[in-house]
Design a protein around this ligand. Structure first.
Ligand code: SF4
Length: 385
């Protein structure tokens, strides 16, 4: 294998072949005899090829590649609250691949977290990280190329949030704004950059076999892309992937903030890539809407600093039960629903989703949970009616 410091981009409709070629052409230091941890996106219990979890064929290619390098390979995940790693691995097809390759699957939540200081963090001073990640010799982030309602895109850096134990992931959405924090920024973006300052993966293999556009991270539409991006410079890999998805990396706050911290460039014109000319491969993704109400007439969503788990509940609720919900209308003949920790003005009669809204429960119909599931929300609404 000839080493290559460029960000490698491979186009191939065969996910296994494309991912394997990207790995073979990238600059990967010797991992012989080392513990390699593969961190796919297996955060949700959904079927494969929906653009939500990493394509199992891409995980298979990574297992084969690193096993061929004589590494000891394991695959780990700490999923969103409410599901277990065993459930998400099984649903995503990754468990089947692991069985075939005799590779151990790690529930990253199984062992107590280790507290790691974040020196000079903008919004975080420490993080509770799953120990298997810290103990691995070489960590490979294998995200799906997705759009994201809160962070524009979700790629290799964002995927590392699944290395934080249990509710530590949720804490990143609940950080109070420091007094001097720029008003145009979200604390979540700074938190992801702070995470990158202490837990940058050693390598990124971005799965663009089937990406997700629109209402990411979980309610968008699958997008057949057939691209694989691989590099040891994970921030550069994210920048190139974002560019291929039609976004300007400098306008993605968590990438800009991470670039300031790590000193990596996110200017695609300055990042060496193979091929050098990426323009024929750019295939713009539909961005995630910032306003859910636009998608669902008659519904007003009040979202102030929610996290993607509650957001997914709301999106699924609206997708499945939109017409039923309109029977429960509030002010202006609209159905009002609210989520997030920083809600201020909400109309009376609002449906309040998740524990973060508990402080406002006197103002509407509160549905507890972190997050509550859509059927519980519908049940609570019907009962109240
Ligand atoms: S209640 Fe919802 S928004 Fe709040 S932390 Fe839990 S999942 Fe996130």
């Amino acid at each position: 294998m000839s080493g290559n410091l460029a960000v490698i981009v491979v186009s191939n409709t065969d996910a296994y072949a494309g991912a394997f070629e990207a790995l073979c052409r990238a600059d990967i230091p010797s991992v012989s005899g080392k513990n390699v941890l593969l961190k796919p996106n297996a955060g949700r219990a959904v079927e494969p090829l929906a653009g939500i979890t990493t394509n199992p064929e891409v995980v298979a290619a990574a297992i084969d590649f690193f096993q061929h390098q004589r590494a000891s390979v394991r695959v780990g995940e700490s999923p969103i609250m409410g599901v277990t790693a065993a459930e998400t691995f099984e649903a995503s097809g990754i468990a089947e691949i692991a069985r075939k390759h005799s590779v151990e699957l790690l529930d990253l939540d199984a062992r107590p977290a280790r507290t790691v200081p974040v020196p000079n963090g903008r919004v975080l001073s420490k993080l509770c990280i799953c120990p298997d990640v810290l103990e691995a010799d070489f960590v490979v982030s294998i995200p799906v190329a997705k759009t994201h309602m809160h962070t524009v895109v979700s790629l290799g850096l964002k995927n590392m949030k699944g290395c934080l134990r249990l509710k530590e992931k949720v804490r990143l959405h609940q950080i109070d704004r420091p007094a001097d924090f720029p008003p145009e920024l979200k604390t979540l973006d700074a938190a992801i950059a702070d995470l990158a300052s202490v837990l940058l993966p050693d390598f990124s293999l971005i799965d663009g076999s089937v990406g997700l556009e629109g209402l990411g991270p979980s309610a968008g539409s699958p997008k057949q892309l057939g691209l694989f991006v691989a590099a040891t410079d994970c921030l550069a890999a994210d920048a190139v992937a974002a560019h291929l998805m039609g976004f300007d990396p400098s306008q993605i706050p968590h990438l800009s903030l991470a670039a300031e911290i790590t000193g990596s460039s996110i200017d695609v014109a300055k990042i060496p890539t193979l091929p050098a000319d990426l323009s024929p491969l750019v295939d713009p993704f539909e961005p995630a809407p910032t306003e859910l109400s636009v998608e669902y007439p008659g519904v007003v969503v009040h979202d102030c600093d929610s996290c993607s788990a509650c957001l997914s509940t709301v999106v699924m609720l609206l997708e499945r039960y939109h017409s039923q919900l309109l029977d429960y209308v509030g002010p202006n003949r609209k159905f009002h629903i609210a989520l997030g920790k920083s809600l201020t003005d909400i109309p009376p009669g609002c449906v309040l989703i998740g524990n973060c809204t508990a402080a406002k429960k006197a103002q509407g119909l509160f549905v507890k949970g972190c997050p509550p599931v859509p059927s519980d929300v519908l049940e609570a609404i019907k009962k109240a009616k």
